[in-house]
Ligand binder design. Structure first.
Ligand code: MN
Length: 220
């Protein structure tokens, strides 16, 4: 299945840290900011906090729109995965993996996927889409590819503090059947280091970033 997925990957996600623009030395901060401004980046972290979840973030207008997805993304269009909207995160956020030792997010954090995203035609006014509660987009990640929909759930329990959305795969050549192997099982490890959650937990300071430019991509 993995081979099959790779063969279908006609659009190759950019290796952000390997772009020649980003690698140029002299005016690196400016060039990096331009690259960050031109590209809509996305990040998915696997976070083993009180409850394991996937932190799904889309860069937009200087922030990262953020959701926590308890069951993780699914390539089967029949799965509407609950996506709990959380506060926008700063672009200073890094592609990284680590162990958080204290606080509500305490636990191991893995960089599970990354890449760029593009709104689908009709959804390019992202602010309006966020207000309207419907955003359709293409992910050009290393694990997540093709068209996806984030849809706000209109009627969610009033006692819940967060706004609930769903993340659903659209039908396209990347979509999988219900019986197909889950991407979460097929590719469970870090996109940066290939490590498992256990390996990150045991040695969180080793190889935090694939390279240091990549880790700094979101920094000012
Ligand atoms: Mn989290």
């Amino acid at each position: 299945m993995k081979k099959k997925l790779e063969n279908r990957n006609e659009i190759v996600a950019p290796r952000l840290g390997q772009s020649s623009e980003i690698q140029k030395g002299a005016d690196r901060p400016r060039v990096k900011n331009q690259a960050a401004a031109m590209q809509r980046l996305f990040s998915v972290k696997k976070h083993d906090a009180t409850q394991l979840h996937y932190d799904f973030r889309l860069s937009h207008n200087g922030v990262l729109l953020s959701w926590a997805i308890p069951d993780g993304p699914s390539y089967w269009p029949g799965h509407q995965r609950e996506a709990i909207q959380v506060k926008d995160h700063s672009l200073e956020y890094k592609f990284s993996e680590r162990v958080i030792y204290e606080g509500p997010g305490a636990g191991t954090v893995m960089q599970w996927d990354w890449g760029t995203w593009v709104p689908l035609p009709g959804y390019t006014d992202v602010d309006a889409c966020m207000r309207n509660g419907l955003l359709k987009f293409t992910l050009l990640g290393e694990k997540l590819k093709g068209s996806w929909t984030l849809a706000r759930v209109k009627l969610y329990a009033r006692n819940r503090p967060n706004v609930i959305w769903t993340l659903t795969k659209e039908q396209d050549s990347f979509a999988r059947s219900e019986a197909a192997r889950s991407i979460l099982e097929e590719a469970p490890n870090s996109i940066i280091t290939g490590r498992t959650m256990k390996e990150i937990a045991e040695d969180p300071n080793k190889s935090k970033y694939r390279d240091k430019d990549q880790g700094k991509l979101f920094e000012e």
